[in-house]
Design a binder for this molecule. Structure first.
Ligand SMILES: Nc1ncnc2c1ncn2[C@@H]1O[C@H](COP(=O)(O)OP(=O)(O)OP(=O)(O)O)[C@@H](O)[C@H]1O
Ligand SMILES: [Mg+2]
Length: 334
């Protein structure tokens, strides 16, 4: 009998854990010439069923956690705006946002906290942010957040018929908790809106703080996807500060509006590892007959189809009816 077995067998057997007890019973005596019975067969013991090890708990999918105690509001969309085109009447436009959604969901880097920007005002950042968040919430099993990070020209609340405050700026200022500023959309319970709120202070200062990183981490852990509408690139520091805490950038270009030079500058200024894709907004139908390509970077237009990044370059050049001067032509980074 081994020393361990000897020690265990000296204990009060009733006090021994049953599994330990089974070990005591099962440990074989060392074989010696004297102890080997000539004929007696060892009693056959039923093999004990070993209880299965408890399965390692799967971490919950982001955004699939407990419901958030947010206020619930119904969206009131103005008739004139091209928003939430997911009905039958708008199927062509809706399909483009669904395709952009698919490209994001299947993106190899799996971006979840994304900022939408563009080279200039009026390119369609806000419309694109609303429609993309709407498309994601239609499919996503987790929660999707649309946040208005364009504090100087906030418009999401007005376009969706929602209160402006309390909102993002109030959360950044520390006067309100995230859940108190969120709005759950009545018509689409997976979709939450964080309106801009009241930015009394300079928005850049609100964003240039450790608190913003903390808020971004909270949003990332609460939602499966977060889409943040932001100001144009290079106009104010706000976009850069938002971008710094995000893991993806979606760039909106509008061929009938965005200046070609600014478009290239914008593409160059987005960190390559963060560029999730370029969305072509308000693209004319004929553009797609000419340039039906498929590619890695998702592009989408309100009336077009998903395109690849080279098409942006061609599309911007052709739709602005100018060829890029020698030496200025650039490929959008891969
Ligand atoms: N796909 C679209 N189809 C039709 N109209 C559009 C589309 N995208 C944008 N618009 C219109 O263009 C105007 C500017 O759009 P939007 O507000 O989204 O741009 P923005 O880039 O967010 O502008 P800003 O920089 O001022 O915030 C709005 O009147 C909007 O309704
Ligand atoms: Mg806007």
């Amino acid at each position: 009998m081994s020393k361990i077995t000897e020690a265990l067998s000296m204990c009060d057997k009733d006090a021994v854990d049953p599994i330990v007890a089974s070990l005591i019973e099962k440990e074989p005596e060392p074989l010696t010439r004297a102890s080997v019975p000539a004929t007696a067969a060892a009693p056959v013991r039923e093999p004990r069923a070993i209880p299965p090890a408890p399965a390692a708990a799967e971490p919950p999918a982001p955004g699939s956690g407990a419901p958030i105690a947010a206020r619930t509001c119904a969206l009131h969309l103005p008739g004139f705006a091209p928003l939430m085109p997911f009905g039958e009447a708008d199927w062509a436009a809706g399909e483009q946002y669904r395709m952009a959604r698919t490209r994001i969901i299947q993106h190899p880097r799996q971006p979840r906290l994304m900022v939408i920007t563009s080279p200039a005002p009026g390119d369609g950042k806000t419309v694109s942010a609303i429609n993309l968040a709407g498309a994601l919430s239609l499919m996503s099993e987790g929660k999707v957040l649309l946040a208005d990070g364009d504090f100087r020209r906030s418009s999401i609340h007005a376009l969706l018929g929602l209160p402006k405050t309390p909102g993002f700026a109030d959360v950044l200022r520390g006067t309100c908790k995230v859940e108190d500023a969120l709005i759950q959309v009545e018509q689409s319970p997976n979709l939450y809106i964080l309106p801009a709120g009241e930015a009394w202070a300079n928005p850049s200062e609100l964003l240039d703080s450790a608190h913003w990183s903390h808020v971004a981490a909270t949003l990332r852990s609460t939602f499966q996807y977060v889409i943040i509408d932001s100001p144009s690139i290079g106009v104010v520091a706000d976009y850069d500060l938002i971008q710094a805490a995000c893991d993806g950038v979606l760039l909106v270009l509008r061929p009938d509006h965005t200046k070609r030079g600014l478009a290239f500058q914008a593409v160059d200024s987005v960190p390559k590892e963060k560029l999730v894709g370029v969305m072509l907004n308000c693209v004319r139908e004929r553009f797609f007959y000419k340039h039906h390509l498929s590619g890695y970077y998702p592009l989408v237009a309100s009336t077009g189809r998903a395109l690849n990044q080279k098409t942006v370059e061609r599309g911007m050049a052709q739709d602005l009816s100018r060829r890029p001067p020698a030496g200025e032509a650039k490929c959008i980074p891969t």
